[in-house]
Design a protein. Structure first.
Length: 618
């Protein structure tokens, strides 16, 4: 293929990929995205030293978030466009990697198959979670750096034994190190490189056995392995008491997690082949143990895939032609897929056993194998019309995938669209129903929100706090002005735990908002006796003191309430009013600004903006 035509097709692929992700470009912050706006490193990156940055679980990804905030503030479009740009860069690197891999495999005319593989990687609907979900840019960023490091290593394979080899190895080490700072999936790089050499030898090593090719690269791979081991130790140390990753997640031992992954990986393979039934928050229970029938079946399937790929690679090792070349590429692609999944799908437990973004890098291998196999099949069946037939098949497939990706990316637009789609796939998961209820609540669809919250409670998921569900149910009943039902809910909770600061704080909420405001004071004081920093008790006691004109006490209480994570924006608005009445204009302006810009009720923000304008704040 002429280089100019290849470049035109590549530009067209990038444009089609960008078009497929246009629906989510203005999407809201979802899931963990909202935590980014409260991350001290993101809010003020220059106020923290190297130690704080290195203590972050993914420093490089966090740096990109900080740059987004400096450039565009909380405007989500800039954040999403950054994700898309990283994905497009990863597509380019995947294309270069697959072109080199297919040539290494011995496939004739590898240019078009490499473009087809890059297109599969770019437009597969499974990739949407890594592109549309802001915080998961770490997956795409780390994968791009992984592929860049791999390309350095493949270039080193073909370089003469001079200083250039050392420079290429240094480039791989730098890329690997940066990738590890984005996400620890890059730790498998040296294993993948040795696997590539064993299955797909460069021309100068074709006469050597697979083991001899691996052995020749062991000295150069030593620093790569050392970096991976050091990163793994650092990451494991950072997961202590995290609750979402590591070796101490309650009820999820390494053995049980491994058993679960024997079911999860076949699910990933099924989604790669037929991406129907995608879900952003899978209801995928952990396996009881290695003896579970579905776990045994999944383990046997993966063993057969790995053994079959190794056998195919061995039999095709010294044979020429597109058929053996496609067999080698397919064998490497399957094995690479398993290697790429190892950091998240082996023995180190993660709270969510299955998440679609984890397949992002592994799809490069599957796409390479599929493109090589497809090229061989079309050339064999279509003969002289192979180019036309292959182009038609690829165009139809990519059109279907592009439309599916555009449709899937549209899910990542609003909280309500996202959680409605997720609840359709995982209706029995408490966390899904809880978030669906919150989305409905903020749309003021209170009856529907209440039903979702009660479904969350009925699900009995231990990963979701009963106190949070209770708070959401009571808050929704308050909005519906059903005080008696709210009090009944709290009476049950207080009978079980009479000194519950959560239930007492909620009782203060009920009495202040729809009961007798004066009756909010006793439960608020009792809640603070158990928990002096209870944000709900501080909030309503502060509101009550402000209503009574005790401004100094109100300010002290409300300032303490603002220190809580995820504080209600109405606290900032009332604090602004208190500061204004005390004559503290600059403090009032600052509080009104927080109320106007933090996520929350629109009417609270509107009232804060009106008060800010009236005060003449800049």
């Amino acid at each position: 293929m002429r280089r100019g035509v290849e470049r035109i097709l590549l530009v067209g692929l990038l444009a089609a990929t960008a078009a497929a992700y246009l629906p989510c470009v203005d999407g809201e912050f979802l899931l963990d995205d909202e935590q980014l706006l409260g991350d001290p490193l993101v809010l003020d990156p220059f106020a923290h030293g190297a130690q704080a940055w290195l203590a972050a679980p993914r420093p490089l990804a966090t740096l990109t978030f900080a740059l987004n905030r400096l450039a565009v503030g909380p405007d989500t479009r800039g954040w999403h466009l950054t994700n898309l740009a990283i994905h497009l860069a990863a597509v380019l690197l995947a294309w270069l990697f697959v072109r080199t891999t297919l040539a290494r495999a011995g496939l004739s005319r590898p240019a078009l198959p490499a473009l087809a593989a890059a297109a599969l990687f770019a437009l597969h609907p499974l990739q949407t979670e890594s592109v549309a979900y802001v915080i998961q840019r770490s997956e795409a960023l780390a994968s791009g750096l992984y592929l860049a490091a791999f390309l350095f290593l493949l270039a080193r394979d073909g370089a003469p034994p001079t200083g250039r080899r050392s420079a290429l190895l240094a480039g791989a080490l730098v890329s690997q190190g940066l990738g590890l700072l984005a996400k620890p999936i890059v730790a498998t790089l040296p294993v993948a490189w040795l696997l590539h050499a064993a299955v797909l030898p460069p021309p100068e090593d074709a006469s050597l056995t697979a083991w001899e090719r691996v052995r020749r690269r062991l000295p150069a791979s030593a620093p790569l392995f050392a970096l991976s081991v050091a990163s793994a130790a650092w990451q494991l140390a950072g997961t202590r008491d995290s609750g979402s990753a590591g070796l101490d997640i309650p009820g999820l031992s390494p053995l049980r997690y491994f058993a679960t992954q024997l079911r999860a990986i076949p699910t990933y393979l099924r989604l790669a082949v037929w991406p129907a039934g995608q879900c952003a928050d899978w209801d995928f229970p952990a396996s009881a143990g290695l003896g579970d029938p579905w776990t045994v079946a999944g383990g046997l399937l993966l063993l057969a895939i790995a053994a079959g790929a190794a056998l195919v690679a061995a039999r095709a090792a010294r044979r020429a032609g597109d058929g053996p070349a496609a067999a080698r590429a397919g064998a490497f692609g399957l094995l690479f897929f398993l290697v790429a999944l190892a950091p998240s799908s082996s023995v180190v437990p993660l709270l969510d056993p299955l998440a679609e973004h984890r397949v992002y890098l592994g799809l490069v291998g599957l796409a390479a194998g599929a493109a090589a196999g497809g090229a061989w099949l079309v050339r064999r069946l279509a003969g002289g019309r192979a180019l036309l037939a292959g182009g038609a098949v690829v165009a139809a497939l990519l059109l279907a995938l592009g439309l599916a990706t555009a449709r899937r990316s549209a899910v990542w637009t609003t909280r309500l669209a996202f959680w409605t789609a997720t609840a359709e796939r995982a209706p029995g998961k408490a966390r899904v129903q809880l978030n669906l209820g919150a989305s409905l609540f903020y749309e003021r669809r209170f009856e529907e929100a209440l039903s979702a919250y009660r479904r969350a409670r009925a699900a009995g998921d231990p990963s979701v706090s009963p106190a949070m569900i209770l708070g959401n149910i009571v808050g929704t009943l308050v909005m519906l002005e059903r005080a008696d039902e709210a009090r009944a809910e709290l009476a049950v909770a207080l009978r079980a735990e009479p000194r519950s600061e959560v239930a007492l704080g909620l009782l203060a909420l009920v009495e202040y908002e729809i009961g007798d405001p004066a009756a909010a004071e006793p439960p608020a004081l009792r809640a603070l006796a158990s928990d002096p920093e209870n944000p709900r008790a501080l909030k309503y006691l502060g509101f009550l003191r402000a209503d009574r004109g005790d401004l100094a006490s109100a300010r002290e209480l409300l300032q303490r309430a603002t220190a809580a994570p995820g504080v209600d924006t109405s606290v900032f608005r009332v604090l602004g009013a208190v500061e204004e009445r005390l004559g503290n204009r600059s403090a009032a302006c600052a509080a009104y600004l927080r109320a106007a810009t933090e996520p929350g009720w629109g009417d609270v923000a509107a009232r804060a903006r009106t008060a800010r304008d009236a005060l003449g704040c800049r």
